[in-house]
Ligand binder design. Sequence first.
Ligand code: KIV
Length: 261
Amino acid sequence: MTGTKVTADTLRAMKARGEKIAALTAYDFPMTRLLDEAGIPLILVGDSLGMVVLGYPDTTHVTMAEMEHHVRAAARGKPRALLAADLPYHSYESIEDAVANAKRLAAAGAEAVKAEGGREILQQVRAIIASGIPFLGHLGMLPQRVIEEGGYHVKGKSGPEQQALLADAHALAAAGAFAVVLELVTPRVAKELTQQVPIPTIGIGAGPDCDGQILVSPDLLGMLPWFSLKHVKPKLNAAEQMRAVVKEWKQGVERLKGLSG
Ligand code: KIV
């Protein structure tokens, strides 16, 4: 994609100008190229990789080696977009691990990293940023905690949850995060956070009032007919179209006359 390279500053400036940020996930070269050619400014190699590409039941199974492999593939698309990547489960427990693993993702081609959590990972966030790697926060429902929390629950419904989200978002912004993903946060709280914090909020299932929206691309494109999500209405039925094309091609092959026939 031609044009000026998108950086963390570009995204911050978009919030300042009131321009909405449309972000999507990619896990390989073609998807990165296609999203980039469509002008998406922020592409995330999410650890949703585990569920939508690798067939794991949740994101807690994703390893650093798997993330590096897919970040390398996505980075070969050389996007104009900012290419961010998730630090997987248990890869940022200590400050040392957080920095070492963020550097591994950067060496694979990530231009920013994301990790889940707020004040409890602030030292890791500061150290990652001090090492020169831009940091994207992730608050609200944290998929890497699905086992501890017994499912995927909307956050911000109670007063204490709302206060915690506000404190976490302010702490991440003060630590130098360039933006924060808000996943399954009540729309009212997501709106309040968006008004209060100086960095862009990128919502997923968090209502329309965030500074941007992010989706898992295969969900948007209808590639996963086996699962349905409340917050995504697929804009394409890629699964059905693929099945139909494959069936038609198969029938064409089967109609070919053999040399002996
Ligand atoms: O892993 C992922 O794809 C994500 C997005 C849902 C924000 O974290």
